[in-house]
Design a protein around this ligand. Sequence first.
Ligand SMILES: Nc1nc2c(c(=O)[nH]1)N[C@@H](CN(C=O)c1ccc(C(=O)N[C@@H](CCC(=O)O)C(=O)O)cc1)CN2
Length: 285
Amino acid sequence: MAEPGSYILRTEAKDEVGILAGVTGLLAEHSISIAESHDFGDPVSGKFFIWVRMTCPEGMDMAAFEKRFAGFAEWRKMQFSIRPADYRPRVLLMASKMDHCLSDLLFRHRHDRLGAEVVGIVSNHDDARWHADRHDLPFHHIPVAKETKAEAEEKLLVRIEDSGADFVVLARYMQVLTDDLCRKLEGRCINIHHSALPSFKGARPYHQAYSRGVKLIGATAHYVTADLDEGPIIAQEAVSVDHRATPDRLIELGRDIEARVLARAVRAHAEGRVFMSAGRTVVFD
Ligand SMILES: Nc1nc2c(c(=O)[nH]1)N[C@@H](CN(C=O)c1ccc(C(=O)N[C@@H](CCC(=O)O)C(=O)O)cc1)CN2
């Protein structure tokens, strides 16, 4: 649990000399101590990113500080946000039949290791109801068929709205989202793909990998876009395999990697550690 007076500051701006000094100078001016900080100047986008976990002095006028910071940000044409470090963004989890990632996220949530507040579970199958009941969470069974996809996505949007979810996680949710839904969820829908993208996009990646005779398999957590499995990558991991591994063995080996990679991405997103930059991500993990 973050200590009282602890806040997360995120900034992004055109990369210019003095940006970092300006931000840290403002913090020092207000006797704000820095507990953790990260910064990066992206040569591709020409943007400079700063992430700070800061502790403000007791009794500090945060409104006055934010107003002062806003003046600096306007001058530097900087985007910024400040939020309490113990704020937990609300997340809606979605799964189909495979439940290893869902189960792992719920376990981490139960032990407050996810960095987000799970507000419900959505599935196109009824199997995941067991997990919702086990964790005393709302469960929404929204079946999907090609001819009912638009109606199903309308129901999903209602659930997202009603639950107050800040973001959505596809924890092995095996339905392709329409372009329209991807636009509506831009930057706030994370998927776990069971391959080391860009290899083996689409369905059955382990079978694709087996046919290719790979010596590595992996998992990729990425933001969802209309281009299937081509969204900005947040986290990845890979493990060596050899000629003896059948598709079923690859699926078995992949479970732990998928769950670990997805949890890392969810927590990074929840803590505001992920920035978008020229179609890629900057992750201050
Ligand atoms: N618009 C997007 N939707 C989804 C993405 C994405 O990146 N963009 N990621 C997928 C997850 N996924 C792999 O990780 C995946 C899921 C399902 C399929 C697929 O082809 N499924 C069915 C077709 C189902 C449908 O048309 O809805 C099939 O097997 O034929 C491919 C990849 C989640 N959605």
